[in-house]
Design a protein around this ligand. Structure first.
Ligand code: UDP
Length: 318
């Protein structure tokens, strides 16, 4: 049955892909975004769809309540800059987006009875001392560090979600997203895959921070969306998560740089730049819980295939 679904942060990389998929599945989609770290171009192809509505407003500005109005069945709360360069550009604003945004969304859900999925993050684990990271691990976050506006903002949102559920019975689902990539990433997103692909295609130096020995585990966007939708549509209201959604295929950043140079046939050379403060040394999800609870969900797209699609996307827009 067609649902009326609100996607906050719906014009961003993940949000725009999610809106497209929800529309393709026959839903009515309302996209809320202030376009702080994205542009209208990502949702331009959706604008002519009569089931799609765009509202340009910040999630922390409660006036969107009145514009969204009416019946809402589901809310995906994605609104927050997610790349270190963007979330560090205005750190206080990042905290407000996470915390006030979560409060606004949860109060709205309380009034309308909508079910809300919170896009949390592997950043809640900080620079982890346990590998791979299970949901039961409490993390190793520096509350005063360069990443704290994002990490602590997202940790506070998780707490808000859990407590609105316990205290007011709001139906919530918590997903912790691990590094995700794919078409619709911003050229200037600042994250490693978009940086390396754009640099390789332009023949510029590939900027490896530190010695490139740090690891990440990269998940293709389609696998994330599948996990999101399965979690949202899970009918056990007592199962609120959090659930890790990621791909446990762990790679070093240097390995990624070599792979992208090879796949693009680029003549770019690798240069080393200082490693940002508090940059996690290793990150890899334990996805046992998602496999068990989300009907056999599994990452399906391997790094080579996902990079091929993402390189093709950047070639088409550069
Ligand atoms: N990174 C890099 N070069 C870049 C951008 C990022 O070497 O041009 C490194 C960064 O230091 C980190 C990893 O790649 O160790 C992933 O960074 P990203 O910003 O993509 O995500 P996050 O650190 O939030 O996982």
């Amino acid at each position: 049955m067609s649902k009326r679904i609100l996607v906050t942060g719906g014009a961003g990389f993940i949000g725009s892909n999610l809106c497209r998929r929800l529309l393709a599945e026959g839903n009515e989609v309302i996209c809320l975004d202030n376009l702080f770290s994205t542009s209208l171009s990502k949702i331009e192809p959706l604008m002519s769809d009569p089931s799609f509505t765009f509202i340009q407003r910040s999630v922390e500005d409660q006036s969107w309540w009145y514009e969204v109005g009416g019946r809402i069945d589901q809310i995906y709360n994605l609104a927050c800059p997610a790349s270190p360069v963007h979330y560090q550009a205005d750190m206080v604003q990042t905290i407000m987006t996470s915390v006030l945004g979560a409060i606004n969304v949860l109060n709205f859900a309380r009034v309308t009875g909508a079910k809300v999925l919170q896009a949390s993050t592997s950043e809640v684990y900080g620079d982890p001392s346990v590998h791979p990271q299970k949901e039961s691990y409490w993390g190793n976050v520096n509350p005063l560090g360069e990443r704290s506006c994002y990490d602590e903002g997202k940790r506070c949102s998780e707490s808000l979600f859990v407590n609105y559920h316990k205290q007011y019975g709001v139906k919530v689902k918590l997903v912790r997203i691990f590094n995700t990539y794919g078409p619709n990433m911003e050229i200037n997103d600042g994250r490693v895959i978009s940086n390396f692909i754009v640099q390789a295609l332009k023949g510029e130096d590939i900027t490896v921070y530190g010695n490139g020995g740090q690891t990440r585990s990269f998940q293709y966007i389609d696998d994330l969306l599948e996990g999101f939708i399965r979690m949202m549509n899970d009918t056990d209201d007592d199962f609120i998560g959090p659930v890790n959604i990621g791909n446990p295929d762990e790679r070093t950043i240097m390995e990624l740089a070599d792979k992208i140079i090879a796949m693009t046939g680029s003549k770019s050379k690798i240069i080393n730049k200082p490693i940002p403060k508090d940059d996690p040394t290793r990150r890899c999800p334990d996805i046992t819980l998602a496999r068990k609870m989300l009907g056999g969900w599994e990452p399906r797209v391997c790094l080579d295939k996902g990079l091929e699609n993402t390189i093709a996307y950047f070639r088409s827009i550069l």
